[in-house]
Ligand binder design. Structure first.
Ligand code: PMP
Length: 354
């Protein structure tokens, strides 16, 4: 009954797949395995005592943007923040896309680009990565010239493949791309690769990041973007006025006072990633793709069954229905114990009865 009132665009959208409150080892959402440090929490609680929750939050996020300017080395007039980078994606698509406009994305990539693009009435053009999930930059650029997209979205490192395009290649793409280019650097702290140095020369560039991964604040929802003041101005016009709440702004300011801890944690995850990747690569029948992020994509026979058996044994990973990711599973790199638990359970599932 309600279907007939739903817009044609909304009917086309497939919902984002996410399982919450899993009771076991959750390695499906690319979170880090540790909560905010006690020292950071104490400082946060202290500040919240006088926060005034009866008042709306600072709509301009003034103090947070100053802290972000120090963290990124980018002027605070070139920074905008949102309720998770998911909100940045939606608002940016609403800002730049008219019905019928083309949005260029890689395939496979993070599914929210297509969801948000479809809601805006955009046409999503997907450029296939090769069989090793690498990008052929030259062919991609010729495709961009043919398709003439209003917006190109690159996820770097790419979710779910983990692969990374080097800054030089991003620059080549930027020089040739006809419209706005968004580089989603949600996993930047793990790769160390950023396009932010290209911002002064390229006013069509937007770099997007999140506090949900290395910075450990997925539950508080905060994303930020770096772009020209003109783009920031349009974004601020379209977003909802109080999009980042007081609690989140305060927490982020405290987290940014302790980035040394973030760096230590990132180093642990990177070491764990390499340890897990080399163990997985030794397993017969498994292909593990190179990752610069905090997750690994593996190709495994009968991935659907492996996923269900892992789940039944208390380990949740990410599975896919998309044909391009046939037989693929994505596993977040967790703590050493979680990674061992995943590895041992996977081995049992794969070779049970052998
Ligand atoms: N971009 C990418 C590439 C992601 O993987 C994710 C989360 N999985 C997001 C954006 C959204 O992150 P946030 O929690 O900031 O909304």
């Amino acid at each position: 009954m309600i279907d007939k009132f739903v817009s044609k665009r909304a009917l086309k959208v497939e919902s984002y797949k996410a399982e919450s409150m899993f009771k076991g080892v959750a390695l499906d959402k690319n979170e880090i395995p540790w909560d905010l440090d006690d020292k950071v929490k104490e400082a946060l609680i202290e500040r919240l005592r006088s926060a005034g929750f009866n008042r709306y939050p600072d709509s301009s996020c003034t103090e947070l943007k100053k802290a972000l300017a120090r963290y990124t080395g980018v002027d605070d007039g070139c920074i905008a923040v949102g309720n998770g980078s998911d909100e940045l994606i939606s608002v940016l698509l609403q800002t730049f896309i008219d019905p019928g406009d083309t949005i260029a994305v890689l395939n496979p990539t993070f599914s929210m680009y297509k969801i948000a693009g479809t809601i805006c009435g955009g046409k999503v053009w997907e450029f296939d990565l090769d069989s090793g999930f690498k990008l052929n930059t030259r062919e991609f650029i010729s495709g961009l010239k043919r398709q003439n997209p209003r917006l190109t979205i690159l996820c770097n490192p790419n979710n779910p493949t983990g692969g990374c395009i080097e800054a030089g290649e991003i620059e080549e793409i930027l020089k040739e791309a006809p419209g706005i280019v968004i580089v989603d650097e949600a996993y930047y702290e793990f790769s160390g690769v950023t396009a932010s140095g290209l911002l002064p020369e390229h006013e069509n560039l937007i770099v997007m990041r999140t506090f949900s991964k290395a910075l450990g604040m997925a539950g508080l929802r905060l994303g930020y973007m770096l772009a020209s003041p003109e783009i920031i101005g349009y974004f601020d016009r379209i977003r909802s006025p109080f999009n980042v709440n007081t609690f989140t702004q305060t927490a982020a300011i405290e987290v940014l006072k302790n980035t040394g801890l973030v760096e230590e944690r990132v180093e642990v995850i990177k070491r764990e990633r390499e340890r897990l990747a080399s163990r997985l690569s030794e397993l017969e029948g498994i292909r593990c793709f190179e990752s610069r992020s905090n997750f690994l994509l593996i190709r495994v026979p009968e991935a659907g069954k492996v996923f269900s058996k892992l789940r039944a044994d208390g380990v949740l990973v990410r599975s896919y229905s998309d044909p391009v990711l046939r037989d693929c599973l994505r596993v977040t790199v967790g703590s050493s114990e979680e990674n061992d638990r995943f590895y041992e359970t996977l081995k049992e599932v794969l070779y049970e009865g052998a």
